[in-house]
Design a protein around this ligand. Sequence first.
Ligand code: TNX
Length: 511
Amino acid sequence: VLCMAACQTEKKEINFPKTDLASAPLIPKPVKTIATHTAFGLDSSTVIYTTTTDPQFEKVGKFLSEKIKGKTGLDLMVNASPDGGTGRLIYINQSDSTALETPESYQLYIKKDSILLNAKTAAGAFRGIQTLRQLIPEKSNDTLTDHPLWVIPSGKIMDSPKYGHRGAMLDVARHFFTLDEVKKYMDALAYYKFNILHLHLSDDQGWRIEIKSWPKLTEVGGATEVGGGEGGFYTQEEYKELVQYAADRHITIIPEIDMPGHTNAASFSYPFLNGNGKKLEAYTGTHVGFSTFDAQKDTVYAFLDDVIGEIAAITPGPYFHIGGDESHSTKKSDYIHFVEKVEKIVQKHGKTMIGWNEIAQAKIAPTSIAQLWNEPHNAIRAAENGSKIILSPAVKVYLDMQYDSLTKLGLHWAAYIPVDESYNWNPETYVEGLPKESILGVEAPLWSETISNSAELEYLAFPRIIGVAELGWSSSENLNWDDYKVRLAQQVPYLKEMNINFYPTKLVDWE
Ligand code: TNX
């Protein structure tokens, strides 16, 4: 059917220049690469095939075809009959090979006349096609044959992620970001094999998601942001659109409603929620720690049951993030009571609770997850309780930290974080005493006190987020700044093509 043997004999041999797959500028660096020094010529006759039993695989094939079209102009057919049998084949195959260790693992075999991508799941195939995208050169070779050919270096890649959780967090509460802005960020995250986007949907300055049973949250709480701008919010339909866009990229959305602190926008909308006894006003500054829900009122928990229920119902992913950070205006006993009550509500709606490291002060279930940002002792405490830990150390991966004292955007309360600093740490050993087995993965938060559009978001996120992609995916032996920075420099054509703004650190020789 696929004319494999028959049509290949008809093909003219192309004399490819010597290639080296092992020195391709792939990020994250694959676990294992073996170069065979010839090439696959991608051209207009190339066709993409996928196993048909799983329509998710066909979607991956179509995604690849679209991206190839964007980069090269070639319009490759997916699962159509080969045109006269002259085409070279990209075959995306569902495989149960035990060599594929995780659902996201993949193997890529690049030969002269075919590319074979093996994965257990469509998610694995999706990660694999990102590698393939990165291997397609910017420019075609127009001298090897009578038509343009994109020369892809041949060899084998065996690849598997270190962590199942490789995330980015975006604060859409301090400043609102539109659907298009969030989608643009997701496009780049997908290219570097991230699988989690955590959306910080509420804070003192704004509430960003429609809750049908409590409409003032967005009518009132959605209309403000840092600096006094007009704010904004996602309707549930729009949120679903983001969830779908993420799912198409095998990215899971984690919604966060931050509480009991960071809740001025909610309490300003519905004053009965307020627990600090002070007069409520809209807040457009950048201080933290002054607001709290009333942890002693049943009505507060009834409200949260509605909020969490509505969000859980439109979130296919397994998680709900309750925030829980910097509740400086909540009594400790109230804080603990609150976290334990809210955990039950999250569980009742079928979700796994995540919270910032402070939640470890409460007696949380071993299935709940703590996200380290500043307190190793609370991460260890959570791990001792059986919980998994997401690593987001502020001093390493807070993307809103300035690069240095001259950076115009961003903050520096945790540190100045130059590009090499955000890369030069090992998640496996970063927290002394935290067992490797407790680490779910890494996540880089981007708080938005000082940024309000894509260009500003990107200036702080790029290139540091690309390094976090490698920390989350690549094996420890493959983490090396000197090797990485050379590959990083070679991301410029992609960043330019995507119109992604980035900070051109002097630590990298961008050419
Ligand atoms: C700390 S990190 C916060 C956020 C701020 C951020 C600014 C964390 C869990 N809380 O509320 O936006 O610092 O860098």
